[in-house]
Design a binder for this molecule. Structure first.
Ligand code: CA
Length: 220
């Protein structure tokens, strides 16, 4: 099974490469985003391990271009340590999983097995909570199978809350991850939450006064 490893750091790439080869994969490596994009478009891989910080073209751009052109090869994004926004952007751009650096090789291998297994049924890009489904590839939210017309900001809000399902997310964290910066007022966020509640139903976003918002896990 061929894996595309996209990593510009030679030392990290060699470590990963050794672990993958030891686990029986065939590894092809790209050092920059341009080469990675080209290989992903022209060759067949069972999965891609994609560092997001890359020379020439960054990993997020590469991932978005693949997904836009219909390439659904499962991707694990390697993100900078502790960067919430990078993880969310990675998932938003169509990553199937992510791993923050530094990580244990065993964990990378386990996640790789998991996304390869899931990709067999291609269910991996759709997250669901009960009647609510989020399709990361088409960037659509469906309620009872019916697409809901959401703006990009509204989609990002739903995607982030689904991603952190059953956890209380503070207003500040939401502002950073939905707007990509923290100079938005909490008023703007409240207005956005209100619009999404009107479209989906108020029960999907609970207010935890003084703490933030929460999307409850529902029984399907
Ligand atoms: Ca890098």
């Amino acid at each position: 099974m061929r894996i595309l490893l996209v990593e510009d750091d030679d030392r990290i790439a060699e470590d990963i490469s050794r672990a993958l080869t030891g686990a029986g994969y065939v590894v092809e490596r790209a050092r920059d985003g341009e080469r990675a994009w080209f290989l992903g478009e022209t060759e067949d891989y069972v999965a891609v391990i994609l560092d997001l910080g890359l020379p020439r073209v960054d990993g997020l751009t590469v991932l978005r271009r693949w997904r836009e052109s219909g390439n659904s090869t499962p991707v694990i994004a390697l993100t900078a340590r502790g960067s919430w926004s990078e993880r969310v952007e990675g998932i938003d751009a169509g990553a199937d999983d992510y791993l923050g650096k530094p990580f244990q090789m065993e964990e990378l291998l386990a996640r790789l097995r998991s996304i390869i297994r899931r990709s067999a049924g291609r269910a991996s890009s759709v997250a669901t909570i009960g009647r609510l489904a989020l399709d990361q590839r088409t960037r659509r939210v469906l309620l009872d199978g019916v697409p809901i017309d959401l703006s990009p900001l509204e989609y990002r809000l739903v995607a982030y809350l689904m991603f952190r399902r059953n956890e209380v997310v503070s207003q500040q964290e939401l502002v950073e991850n939905v707007y990509g910066q923290d100079d938005q007022s909490s008023n703007a966020l409240e207005v956005l939450v209100g619009r999404v509640r009107r479209k989906l139903g108020a029960e999907w976003i609970e207010t935890r006064r003084g703490f933030g918002y929460q999307m409850p896990e529902k029984d399907s």
